[in-house]
Design a protein around this ligand. Structure first.
Ligand code: NAP
Length: 315
């Protein structure tokens, strides 16, 4: 039977947190493997344009941020494995045994969880049925299908408002549907939105149904939070940006989570389990941005390296 491979640091997730952790760990000459079942870059590759990452005064595409971070980590020796997702992480002495979907295993001295978050669903009739047929969670991927069409964006946070602006490149009208009577997004993004003639607002409204016709989306039914009558808004596409949920399933039995399911970490990225670190959108940090994910990824790698060194010194 072949011996199980032993590595220094396993990083689960290849978004800005995982890629920055990989850069720091591999520059320190630790044997570093990033396990990412999708494209390197994480959620940021589905963002059209990033305006608030320092060093890029004219902005940079989300795809390019992901690609550059990936190349930089790889340049210093981080290895990327994307063929089968890690399905289990179990303590093995003071190490961790990781098993993927193909039952392949690796032992890591330290693990950094950077699995990020996934978009929330509305859980209304028609949402699942019309996914891919007018219902989408990615404006960058699907926006171009809605040239000269009418679409709605659901949500009032940064993601909804930024993506609504992006969709105006294609759609003739973009309705922002928000359950409150004011947006929550960062003010400067809101200002651009208010100045864009293609965007209209449906405030104090919630989607109760995605309505279809001939196998694709034809409209959304909107209830009022202020006692107004329900309305049917005819449209061709619905983009849902109502927040995200942490991808915590690999470690939810191993370390402490917040009430909302985010991994609790200390200021260095350590979870409640020794040798297990976390960074980025899966953690309970307040600010969820590329820059904070990258910074926390660097801290987690630094601490994981220190943990491994201290163990070696005590042997
Ligand atoms: P978010 O900030 O949590 O906003 C979610 C929005 O959806 C809120 O307006 C919320 O309404 C609404 N909502 C939640 N559940 C709903 C439901 N069931 N039905 C209808 N509406 C619902 O999420 P996000 O915009 O995805 O952003 C996630 C994180 O990433 C945030 O920390 C954000 O700052 C960050 N982000 C930053 C940028 C940037 O800096 N450029 C871009 C994208 C995302 P309420 O307001 O009433 O709660």
């Amino acid at each position: 039977m072949p011996e199980t491979e032993i590595i220094d640091i396993a990083i689960i997730g290849g978004g800005p947190a995982g890629l920055t952790a990989a850069l720091y760990a591999s520059r320190a000459r630790a044997k570093t493997v990033v396990f990412e079942s999708g494209l390197p870059g994480g959620q940021i590759v589905t963002t059209d344009w990033v305006e608030n990452y320092p060093g890029f005064p004219d902005g940079i595409s989300g795809m390019e941020v992901g690609d550059l971070m990936h190349r930089q980590a790889e340049k210093f020796g981080a290895e990327f494995r994307s063929f089968a997702a890690i399905e289990k992480i179990e303590p093995q002495g003071i190490d961790f045994l990781l098993t993927n979907a193909e039952d392949e295993q690796v032992v890591a001295h330290a693990v950094i969880i950077a699995t990020g978050a996934v978009p929330k669903r509305l859980n209304v009739p028609g949402e699942a049925e019309f996914t891919g047929r007018g219902v989408s969670w990615c404006a960058t991927c699907d926006g171009a299908f809605f040239r000269d069409k009418v679409v709605a964006v659901i949500g009032g946070g940064d993601a909804a408002v930024e993506e609504a602006l992006f969709l105006t490149k294609f759609a003739s009208t973009v309705h922002i549907v928000h359950r409150r009577d004011e947006l929550r997004a960062t003010k400067c993004i809101q200002e651009k939105c208010f100045a864009n003639e293609k965007i209209t607002f449906q405030y104090s409204r919630v989607v109760t149904e995605v309505v279809g016709d001939g196998g694709k989306v034809a409209g959304i039914r909107l209830a009022s939070t202020k006692g107004e009558p329900e309305i049917l808004l005819p449209l061709d596409g619905v983009f849902i940006f109502v927040g995200v949920e942490p991808k915590n399933e690999l470690v939810r039995d191993l370390c402490d989570l917040s009430a909302a399911g985010y991994i609790k970490i200390d200021h260095n990225g350590l979870t409640s389990y020794p040798g297990l670190y976390a960074a980025g959108d899966v953690t309970d940090s307040d600010l969820k941005q590329v820059i904070t994910a990258a910074a926390k990824g660097a801290s987690a790698a630094f601490e994981a390296l220190r943990w491994i060194d201290e163990r070696l010194c005590s042997i």
